[in-house]
Design a binder for this molecule. Structure first.
Ligand code: PLP
Length: 442
């Protein structure tokens, strides 16, 4: 009997014992092709010798030093690496242990910025429906995914949710991309005016929506235009790149691909690639200067901020990606994966949409392609696909649940940046078997 409190209390999990490139091997020696990086985490695969060496070296020198006593070389070097490559003037980096913590830090920085700037009335946050920003209570409140929020709603702070830029379901047949984007941008402006033009402190969005929708990029100049509205009313823009950032979409920062310069930018997952738990919030000079000339103190903190071993691991991961020019492979293999998915599934009666960017791809499952009617959530199709895929030796990331008051299933693919064409063939073949098996037993 396992004494571990797993998320699913009713399921038995295989015991993972070893990593080998893009594969995880279990205690029965079964190999699983990792086509989702767990949850878009393991972007370098599971056995990178340079990263392992960097961790060993750091642990033997200094595993950890509390950040209110010391700074450390790996923390300083990682912050410099990120700040030099980030869009705009995001020159300060606050290190945490994961994505939810990065979002919490961004929200609190936004609030403290406005308090110290003399605008404490700015307390509203605007986010989007069908978004996910983490599972701690503040981050959960910020996300608009009903399935994850429902039973915690009485405890959550009040956040205003707008329509996502989700063309497959939200764009009207009569609208081209420009008209769709204009409608969404107007929705944001209307909401700011409704709440009071000096009452909103921040807008938060994922540049490419991950866990809740399955790799949905925005269309047209959506992000540039949303940012322009935020600037008009002094609303800070928080880009949540926890899942889509750090190279996943083919650029180190997904915001850069959208010509978006956020005021706060959250990263995690691919930052440490799973070799160590680490996240970060990148902060603009304007926010930092306001705090410097105010309290001089960020009223926040966790025990493991800037953990030296985690920073050393993340720095080694990022150098590996840059030195081996793996983002070119993300672009090339991303295109190849998209083509392979189209080839395999474009005529499949239950695949409604195939989408994404770089090595961040999603498939949306529907009962009927013409009406886009989703499957009944009681079928738990996504869970059946995951189980069938694991039986085939494939890790993919199917999700479902009640989204926006309706049912829906999608599959998220986020393979390591070292994926090659053979891995893609294996992925598509196994995924096809898993989907068809799950549909047959549904
Ligand atoms: N933000 C986004 C966009 C995410 O996808 C996630 C996790 O999937 C989070 C935040 C929360 O990150 P974590 O699970 O590391 O707390």
């Amino acid at each position: 009997m396992s004494h571990v409190l797993h998320r699913s209390l009713l399921q038995d999990y295989p015991v993972a014992v070893k990593g080998d490139g893009v594969y995880i091997i279990d205690a029965d020696n079964k190999r699983y092709l990792d086509a989702c990086g767990g949850a878009a985490v393991s972007c370098l695969g599971h056995s990178d010798s340079e990263v392992i060496q960097a961790i060993q070296q750091q642990v033997s020198q200094l595993a950890y030093a509390h950040s209110s006593f010391f700074t450390t070389e790996p923390m300083e070097a990682l912050a410099e690496f990120l700040a030099k490559r980030a869009p705009g003037h995001l020159n300060s980096v606050y290190f945490v242990s994961g994505g939810s913590e990065a979002v919490e830090a961004a929200l609190k920085l936004a609030r403290q910025y406005y308090v110290e700037k003399g605008e404490p009335q700015r307390k509203h946050i605007i986010a989007r429906r069908q978004s996910y920003h983490g599972n701690t209570l503040g981050a959960l409140a910020t996300g608009g995914n009903l399935w994850r929020r429902q039973q915690f709603e009485p405890l959550l702070i009040n956040i205003h949710h707008l329509s996502p830029c989700y063309a497959y379901r939200e764009q009207h047949d009569s609208e081209d991309d420009d008209a769709f984007v204009t409608r969404l941008v107007n929705e944001l402006e209307d909401k700011i005016i409704e709440l009071g033009t000096d009452q909103v402190m921040a807008f938060i969005a994922e540049p490419v929506v991950g866990a809740t929708l399955g790799a949905v990029p925005a269309v047209g100049r959506y992000f540039e235009k949303m940012k322009a509205i935020c600037e008009k009313y002094g609303v800070l823009f928080i880009a949540d790149e926890v899942m889509c950032g750090m190279g996943r979409t083919g650029a180190l920062f997904a915001s850069s691909q959208e010509n978006l310069v956020p005021d706060l930018l959250c990263i995690a997952k691919g930052l440490g690639a799973g070799y160590q738990p680490i996240g970060a919030t990148l902060v603009s000079d304007d926010i930092i200067n306001t705090l410097k000339s105010g309290s001089g103190f960020f009223q926040h903190g966790h025990t493991y901020i800037g953990h030296a071993t985690a920073c050393a691991a993340a720095l080694a991961v990022q150098h590996r990606i840059e030195d081996a020019q793996l983002l070119s492979n993300v672009e090339a293999m991303g295109t190849h994966l998209h083509q392979a998915l189209l080839h395999q599934f474009k005529d499949h009666p239950n695949i409604g949409d195939i989408r994404g960017k770089g090595l961040f791809r999603g498939l949306e499952l529907v009962k009927d392609r013409n009406t886009k009617e989703p499957f009944d959530s009681a079928l738990k199709l996504h869970a059946k696909i995951k189980k069938a895929a694991m039986n085939e030796g494939l890790m993919c990331y199917p999700m479902g649940g009640t989204i926006n008051g309706r049912d829906g299933d999608h599959i998220l693919l986020a393979p390591p940046f070292i994926f090659n064409e053979e891995h893609i063939d294996e992925l598509v073949t196994k995924l096809s078997v898993a989907i068809d098996h799950a549909l047959k037993v549904s």
